[in-house]
Design a protein around this ligand. Structure first.
Ligand SMILES: Nc1ncnc2c1ncn2[C@@H]1O[C@H](COP(=O)(O)OP(=O)(O)OP(=O)(O)O)[C@@H](O)[C@H]1O
Ligand SMILES: [Mg+2]
Ligand SMILES: [Mg+2]
Length: 585
């Protein structure tokens, strides 16, 4: 087994590019107050078509408004829902990843509310009889101060299938998209139905979190897990992974023995759609509630939103005035039944609604086979389980890196969070690799590559094979000392510049004349020139012992500047020192 060694500096840099401004996220611990947080995550199901219609589910940003709309999604009278099999499979795969009990029978129901983004006036959901429930999820948390990694556990209440609403649009965005100049009357609400009817998994957790950073860490790991099993691409910018954060702060009555946690009021932050918003919004809300309690002011049961520009949460509506959703069974959809081909479900993983043994009887499962003329409502659990066993969950991916390459758990965490494991595997497949090489590959991915990902999020959209070829060509150049260390970062940036997309590193170095200068004569003549231009500094070097290191650095910098930073650093230093010493003796 190879072992990896990292300089503290490169690790720290990579770590902080990964988790920004985390130090601010450590909430001070107040022994008088207890924080409870529960999450509801709306994860868009990765599917070709919508949950109840055959309309396309393509990329929302690049599709013209109201392009992908089925008659059912627009609630045309007389249209009926047809359940998408992929939605069920995604729900089951997710349930397995979150260690949930699968309900043999689950139901769809209508949840009513009236708003322009919901054409039918109701959403089809599974609020009361979801496809899965009672799970748990282990997620990594990196201590922002010590950088040490540990694991937390969170209970999953349920996973339910439902469809998304349409999207209300900002008028300015529409004008930009349509390139129209005319003005619409004020207060006009524009609706894009492309999103209406897309499949969602609502994942609801228990109120197990105690800090914003735990919520942030959980959300990141969940998004990564759903991506790994292919049930959701977690594109947060497009609303593909939206998180509602429920926060309550409780006073602790220390006068009683043992101390009692007094009831607090749950405030719901709706639709946080970036990891940063989850971190900052939750942090703000905890702080706000703590201050209210200290000032003895009441906390209202309400729904709030996070304004990321102002960095504050704002009240949307009071929960007391919330709608009565008037849940009723969806009459146009049969109950959803998950069966096992072996007819004997594993009682540990398959539990019926409220554990009613009736559903688990042998006869029941035999009967299911005769119902297969309604295929969309029957799902073979064994097939899904089989699919699941071939998926690479984040923990498995991290352990591979630890065991195979001897990475620390912390480095493996950063690698998997950024999909660097796929890249390093590709780069070193079929190669006999030394410990030193592995160190170099790791360094380039953690510094040059991650730096680019942070500066240019589009980089990840570049074809995987092309990315790997470019990184490989860069590593060959630096390994053979063909480019100066001083330009590694800027060279890498150029390499992934859109206009150089089809160039490999050696082509770029040639085209832009960036190969390292090792010509001693050229460096010497540059030193002569720089010395001539700076007589004061050379004089000072002769006279003042104490300033010599500073003056040496100054000349090294000047020589590099003259030579566009591409001269070999060791040679420049050696020659500058030699020339300076000649001044003294
Ligand atoms: N005391 C509490 N403090 C913080 N969170 C809580 C508390 N009690 C419950 N929660 C969390 O509130 C969330 C409740 O979600 P659920 O979907 O069941 O109901 P809802 O929010 O009323 O419904 P909707 O889906 O319409 O928003 C869960 O994530 C749960 O963990
Ligand atoms: Mg909910
Ligand atoms: Mg809620």
């Amino acid at each position: 087994m190879l072992s990896l060694f990292h300089t503290k500096k490169s690790f720290t840099r990579a770590f902080f590019s990964q988790i920004r401004s985390i130090s601010e996220a450590i909430e001070f611990n107040d022994p008088e107050l207890k924080v409870k947080i529960g999450l509801e995550i709306h994860a868009r199901i990765l599917s070709k078509t919508k949950l109840f219609s055959d309309a396309d589910c393509f990329d929302l940003t690049n599709t013209p408004v109201n392009k992908n709309v089925g008659f059912f999604d627009a609630a045309f009278p007389g249209t009926m829902p047809a359940l998408n099999r992929r939605g069920i499979e995604a729900g089951l795969l997710t349930a397995l990843a979150l260690n949930c009990d699968i309900n043999v029978m689950s139901y769809f129901e209508r949840k009513h509310y009236f708003y322009a983004d919901l054409p039918a006036g109701y959403q089809i959901t599974q609020q009361r009889n979801p496809i899965a429930q009672n799970g748990y999820f282990k997620y990594p948390v990196v201590n922002p101060k010590t950088h040490k990694l540990s694991y937390n556990n969170c209970k999953i209440k349920r996973i339910q299938l439902e469809h998304d609403s349409a999207r209300s649009l900002q008028i300015d965005d529409v004008f930009l998209k349509l390139n129209k100049k005319q003005k619409l009357p004020e207060n006009t609400l524009l609706i894009d139905l492309n999103r209406a009817g897309m499949g969602l998994m609502e994942i609801v957790t228990d109120p197990d979190f105690e800090s914003a950073f735990e919520c942030y860490s959980f959300a990141r790991e969940l998004a990564l897990t759903l991506k790994s099993i292919g049930t959701c691409d977690a594109q947060m910018g497009e609303g593909g992974f939206r998180v509602d954060v429920n926060v309550s702060v409780h006073e602790i009555d220390k006068s009683s023995d043992p101390p009692i946690v007094l009831p607090g009021t749950r405030v719901e932050l709706k639709n946080l759609s970036s990891f940063n918003a989850i971190l900052k919004g939750t942090e703000y809300e905890i702080k706000r509630q703590r201050e209210m309690i200290r000032k003895k002011q009441p906390i209202l049961l309400e729904t709030r939103t996070y304004d990321s520009i102002k960095g504050i949460t704002i009240s949307l509506r009071s929960k007391e005035n919330q709608y009565d959703y008037r849940f009723m069974p969806e009459p146009n959809l049969l109950p959803l039944i998950v069966y096992s081909t072996h007819l004997k479900p594993n009682l540990d993983t398959l539990k019926c609604d409220n554990n009613k043994q009736l559903c688990l009887s042998h006869e029941f499962f035999e009967k299911l086979h005769s119902f297969k003329n309604q295929p969309e409502f029957y799902c073979d659990f064994d097939k899904v389980k089989d699919q699941f066993e071939h998926k690479d969950l984040p923990d498995k991916r991290r352990m591979f890196l630890v065991n195979k390459y001897g990475m620390t758990h912390e480095i493996a965490f950063i690698f998997v969070a950024n999909n660097l494991d796929y890249i390093i595997k590709k780069l070193i497949s079929h190669r006999n690799i030394t410990k030193e090489d592995l160190k170099l590959y790791t360094r380039v991915l953690l510094t040059e590559y991650l730096n680019q990902v942070n500066e240019n999020p589009d980089l990840e959209k570049i074809d995987f094979e092309l990315q790997c070829a470019k990184i490989q060509s860069f590593i060959v150049l630096i390994k053979n000392k063909k480019i100066s260390r001083r330009i590694w970062l800027s060279f890498f940036k150029k390499l992934f510049d859109f206009k150089n997309l089809n160039k490999l590193a050696h082509e770029l170095a040639k085209d832009e004349d960036l190969y390292v200068i090792t010509d001693g004569q050229l460096i010497q003549s540059t030193i002569n020139k720089v010395f001539e231009q700076n007589p004061k500094a050379t004089n000072e070097y002769k006279m003042k012992d104490k300033k010599r290191k500073k003056i040496f650095d100054f000349f090294v910098g000047q020589v590099h500047k003259e030579l566009r930073n591409i001269a070999e650093p060791e040679l420049v230093e050696e020659l500058v020192l030699k020339n300076l010493k000649n001044l003294i003796y």
